[in-house]
Design a protein around this ligand. Structure first.
Ligand code: PRP
Ligand code: URA
Length: 208
């Protein structure tokens, strides 16, 4: 598995604002969307193109375009939903799947409650989005599910990751490409990322 850590100052700046305890729900949502778009720009740099003929005011010319139908964005619910519009701003005709998982508060193991993917999925470039990669349990379960349904070309984008989550995902799915906005120090005893940003789902949706 390849892991790319974002170094662009704009991404790092926005992640710093995201971490602040006093960032409002409204600002938090906007930042998550903007960071997803900036990370998406990097993660999609190898997107396939096809040539079409266009007529400029001067002459006909063969030029590349991307096919949005070939891309599927798959948020892990809930917090991943906050990143979807950032990717759709880049590729508006991409398809969107959903994987509903929540972490058991005691064991931290992921529980699946809803999954729906674009069909067929096997030829698509899939971009799974979730702001937090903590133990890696949710990410591994999501990629397991996508592979079981035939998904092959899988990228995973997380805004903040713990070293434990990166290692776990790398061991479970060495064939995927991982994009991380910032690698944090460690997990605490409740499997929250330190310094992290708290509970991403609660901060995006204003719940507690
Ligand atoms: C959060 C986050 C990830 C998961 C990461 O979701 O959005 O999906 O935890 O933790 P892990 O790497 O240890 O699995 P959560 O389960 O809190 O659900 P929510 O998005 O609905 O709040
Ligand atoms: N899920 C979150 O939302 N935050 C963490 O720090 C860990 C898991």
């Amino acid at each position: 598995m390849s892991v790319s850590y974002m170094t662009h100052p704009l991404i790092r700046h926005k992640i710093t604002l995201l971490r602040k305890e006093d960032t409002s729900t409204n600002e938090f949502r906007k930042l998550v969307e903007e960071i997803a778009m900036l990370m998406g720009y990097e993660a999609l740099s190898d997107l396939e193109t096809q040539d079409i003929t266009v007529k400029t005011p001067i002459e006909e010319s063969v030029q590349p375009v991307i096919s949005g139908k070939k891309l599927a964005v798959v948020p892990i619910l809930r917090a991943g939903l906050g990143m979807v519009n950032g990717i759709l701003a880049l590729v508006p005709s991409a398809r969107v799947g959903h994987i509903g998982l929540y972490r058991d508060p005691e064991t931290h193991a992921p529980h699946e409650y809803y999954c729906k993917l674009p069909d067929p999925i096997d030829q698509r470039q899939i971009v799974v989005v979730d702001p937090m990669l903590a133990t890696g349990g949710s990410a591994i379960a999501a990629v397991d599910f996508i592979k079981k349904h035939g998904g092959q070309k899988i990228k995973f984008m997380s805004i903040i990751a713990a070293p434990e989550g990166v290692d776990a995902l790398m061991n479970a799915h060495p064939d995927i490409q991982l994009y991380v906005g910032c690698l944090d120090r460690e997990l605490n005893e409740n499997a929250y990322i330190c310094p992290g940003l708290g509970d991403a789902g609660d901060r995006i949706f204003g719940t507690k």
